[in-house]
Write a protein that binds this ligand. Structure first.
Ligand SMILES: [Zn+2]
Length: 337
């Protein structure tokens, strides 16, 4: 695929160069034309006629045909310059993409992946509208929508990581080296012993979102209690990470209308839940087809060998293996939600 793009780029450059050369010739010819020589001599002849004689009009200057031709030439030159610049930008983008591909292929080998993870397509120009769609998108008037599957036809799924108990530097290195987008939903009491880990993740491109202060079942709290759990964590994340998230995930995926009202009151615009859950040793699918679908959200956790049969890097290796084998790419949730 890359050589084809390169070949296409090369052809486009060649075409632009031919066009540019032709235009340059067209632009250059007036400089060498007798008309211009006459123009250059005009002031001398005007001076000879005496100061009170108006300079003679430049031949052809008032000729509407010549004027139109000159304008057409200028427009053509501008067009071919634009085309050449577009080709240059496309060439630079293709070169950058190739660099990323080579880096990801090498990282995939280092991390023991059976295949290089696919690159996500360009993000949508506008985020998809979240209309009610069965269990995939649940909406209530005036409240942030619940989303388990983002409406898209792109072959992308999203990896979301909850809580914050395990702070595995190898996992952080793995996503950085592979260039894999993930989103973190952080609980204050678990992250607090080392918020620096999540600050570092954020610095390397991981979006950080809200997963409450104490990880309680919000259905059992008063409206005020829910408000504190959600909105105080917004303030904590602003202080600790420098972000005031627009996404919130309730602990255990459990919520009431009061939960959604409280979340909305402190800046939350959507509540992503999940369709699959990734562990270090297996992927659990919500539906019997045991397949990913465009826009599916995958849940996992900041956990390690103490609660799992493996590490976070094992979890990511397994996730990437399944996602890639089914022809999907991990994409940035925040590009869509
Ligand atoms: Zn949780």
């Amino acid at each position: 695929m890359i050589p084809t793009n390169r070949e296409r780029s090369r052809r486009r450059i060649a075409a632009a160069c031919v066009l540019a050369a032709a235009t340059a010739a067209a632009c250059a010819s007036p400089d060498d034309s007798p008309g211009l020589q006459r123009k250059a001599k005009a002031p001398a002849s005007a001076a000879a006629d005496g100061p009170d004689v108006a300079p003679k009009p430049v031949p052809g200057a008032a000729d509407p045909k010549a004027k139109a031709a000159a304008e057409a030439q200028a427009a053509e030159a501008a067009r071919s310059l634009q085309a050449a610049q577009a080709v240059k930008a496309a060439e630079a983008a293709a070169a950058r993409q190739e660099e990323l591909r080579v880096a990801r292929a090498a990282a995939a080998q280092r991390w023991g992946l059976p295949a290089m993870p696919l690159f996500a397509p360009a993000p949508p120009a506008a985020k998809p509208e979240l209309a009610a769609n069965g269990q995939h998108v649940v909406t209530k008037p005036g409240l942030p929508p619940i989303v388990r599957r983002v409406p898209t036809t792109d072959k992308v799924v999203f990896l979301t990581i909850d809580d914050g108990l395990e702070k595995d530097p190898e996992f952080s290195r793995m996503i950085r080296e592979l260039g894999i987008p993930v989103s973190a939903f952080v609980t204050d009491y678990l992250a607090r012993p080392n918020y620096g880990y999540f600050r570092d993740l954020h610095t390397q491109g991981v979006a950080v979102h809200n997963h409450t202060i104490n990880h309680k079942d919000l259905r059992k709290l008063s409206d005020e209690g829910q408000h504190r759990e959600i909105c105080n964590q917004q303030e904590n994340l602003l202080k600790e990470i420098g972000v005031r998230p627009h996404l919130f995930r309730p602990p255990f995926g459990e919520y009431t209308d009061a939960t959604l009202r409280a979340a909305a009151s402190c800046g939350v615009t959507a509540v992503p839940l999940w369709n699959q859950e990734a562990f270090a040793d297996r992927m659990e699918y919500r539906y019997g087809d045991r397949k990913f679908h465009p826009g599916d959200i995958i849940l996992t956790h900041f956990r390690g060998p103490e609660t799992w049969k493996g590490s976070m890097t094992d979890m990511l290796r397994l996730t990437l293996r399944e996602v890639t084998a089914q022809g999907f790419a991990l994409a940035r949730l925040e590009d869509y939600l």
